[in-house]
Design a protein around this ligand. Structure first.
Ligand SMILES: [Ca+2]
Length: 495
């Protein structure tokens, strides 16, 4: 930002003109700037139909320079990017924000969250603007854009935009995303280790070639026959039985399992003695529930494809085990593997189709390389988090990746640069029974800037009002034995 003092007038930042000048200064053969204009404080409205939930985070936005661009790193690319640069009060840092599902839209709410905290923000639609996975059929370059290229290209451009606008490079650059956004963060750490100083990766969909078949393994189990379907009206029955068996294992009866891996719940305890009623599970339903709690496996080799759902998350089972399978895995096999929009998900072969998807996603969409030494070697810090009640991405996938990283880097280097927080009771990325309000970006920033490694992160919830420490894996929050169990100070992190 450049300032000018005009004689006889007060000093005013000439941001408007400078913002508009980014249209030409950022342009290149692969970058078309479509918008570069200041937006007044609180005046941003999301393009397209008004969001149903009202103004959301936008009313609190400070004035910023809004830059929109279309990037074409390949002839088939069409990557939309938005870069938001606060007109005043920039904290000197960049926050790149991630997507969900197949992406296809700029994540405006996350951008607003970044800019409201003083960051310059950047987001991309990842290279397509349609919902679902059809964009990928016959467009391998668009799959590359979705897989990794769009995030890298937008990050490079955002750094250049900050440099042009503020006449200073961002002193730190962070990634913040969950689900697909978690995958994008891990991808950056693995493929473009210099892009970010800190990466916050929630519930990462990083093992896509195995996550997607598992996402059909679950509905296959419950829709195997009409009798095996577990009606959602029975979820509370199963959930209650899980809590009765395991809630108190952590020393606190609070409706949350601190560590579901210690809960060995067998749904067979709910099997109907006589005819099917709302108070029991049929034999076929017991079998389906057991399958949900177990990993998906290759029917020929027995090898694990992906971990299963955890006890405690039953109330979210409609996510994968409801009346219809989720769209993302169905589209994955329709448009990436079979090139057939009529492909029937029930015909999935958990051997051949998984192998075929691995070939498509390896090095493009999968972000499973455990050697993060190029990232940690320059001081990069990674924080992962994952809700134990995640109903869409099996929580142990994050543990598997974290353990692989630990094995690759060794314990000391891992502790110096990588943390995983398993969040008891939290559903996919947010919500659920546990304490799920937390802002680990602040911890990440402290870690990067001051070298203060995060330990316990206090998380909160309302209704009931509760605070609880989240502990770096494999530690767990343990009740000290006195005081309110709704107060984080009465817990400590123990191995
Ligand atoms: Ca408990």
């Amino acid at each position: 930002m450049r300032f000018a003092v005009l004689v006889g007038l007060s000093a005013l930042p000439l941001c408007a003109a400078t913002c508009e000048s980014l249209a030409s200064s950022l342009a290149s053969p692969t970058v078309a700037v479509t918008l570069a204009t200041p937006v007044e404080a609180g005046k941003f409205t999301v393009p397209g139909p008004a969001p149903a939930q009202g103004p959301g985070p936008y009313g609190r936005l400070p004035a910023f320079c809004r830059v929109a661009a279309t990037l074409t790193p390949s002839a088939d690319s069409d990557i939309r990017v938005e870069i938001w640069l606060p007109l005043a009060g920039w904290n000197g840092k960049l926050q790149a924000v991630g997507n969900g599902g197949w992406a296809g839209t700029i994540t405006y709410a996350a951008l607003a969250g970044a800019v409201a905290k003083g960051y310059a923000g950047v987001s991309t639609d990842t290279g397509h603007s349609t919902p679902g996975g059809e964009f990928a059929m016959g467009h391998p370059e668009k799959l590359v854009d979705f897989g990794y290229r769009s995030v890298h290209e937008m990050t490079v451009l955002a750094k250049a935009a900050a440099k042009a606008f503020y006449d200073a490079d961002p002193k730190r650059s962070y990634w913040n995303g969950c689900s697909t956004g978690g995958r994008q963060g891990l991808m950056a750490a693995q493929r473009f280790p210099a892009d970010f100083d800190g990466i916050l990766a929630g519930a990462p969909a990083n093992y896509m070639s195995h996550l997607q078949p598992w996402s059909l393994w679950v509905p296959k189990a419950v829709h195997e026959t009409e009798a095996s379907y577990i009606p959602p009206a029975k979820y509370p029955l199963i959930h209650k039985a899980v809590l009765e068996a395991c809630d108190a294992l952590d020393g606190v009866k609070d409706g949350v399992l601190e560590n579901p891996m210690r809960c060995h719940f067998d749904p067979k305890v709910l099997e109907c003695a006589g005819p099917d009623t709302s108070a029991c599970l049929t034999t076929a339903q017991v079998k389906a529930a057991r399958t949900l709690y177990g990993p998906a496996t290759n029917p020929r080799t027995g090898a694990k494809i992906f971990p299963g759902l955890e006890p405690g998350g039953e109330m979210g089972w409609t996510g994968l085990a409801g009346p219809q399978p989720m769209g993302i895995p169905v589209d994955t096999f329709k448009f990436v593997v079979h090139n057939d929009s009529n492909w029937d998900w029930k015909t999935i072969d958990f051997d051949r189709d998984v192998t075929a998807l691995e070939k498509k996603f390896a090095g493009v969409v999968d972000a499973v390389q455990p050697d993060l030494s190029p990232f940690t070697g320059h001081g990069g810090k990674l924080i992962m988090y994952h809700g134990w009640n995640d109903q869409l991405i099996a929580p142990r996938n994050s543990i598997d990746y974290f353990n692989a990283v630990s094995y690759s880097l060794g314990t000391a280097r891992t502790e110096a640069s990588v943390r995983l927080y398993m969040v008891p009771g939290m559903a996919h990325c947010r919500g659920g029974d546990g304490t799920f309000n937390f802002d680990m970006l602040d911890q990440l920033d402290e870690w990067v800037e001051k070298g203060v490694a995060p330990d316990a992160v206090v998380a909160t919830r309302t209704n009931p009002t509760r605070s609880r420490p989240l502990c770096p894996f494999p530690q767990e929050a343990v009740y000290k034995g006195s005081g309110s169990t709704d107060d984080a100070t009465n817990f400590s992190c123990k191995p």
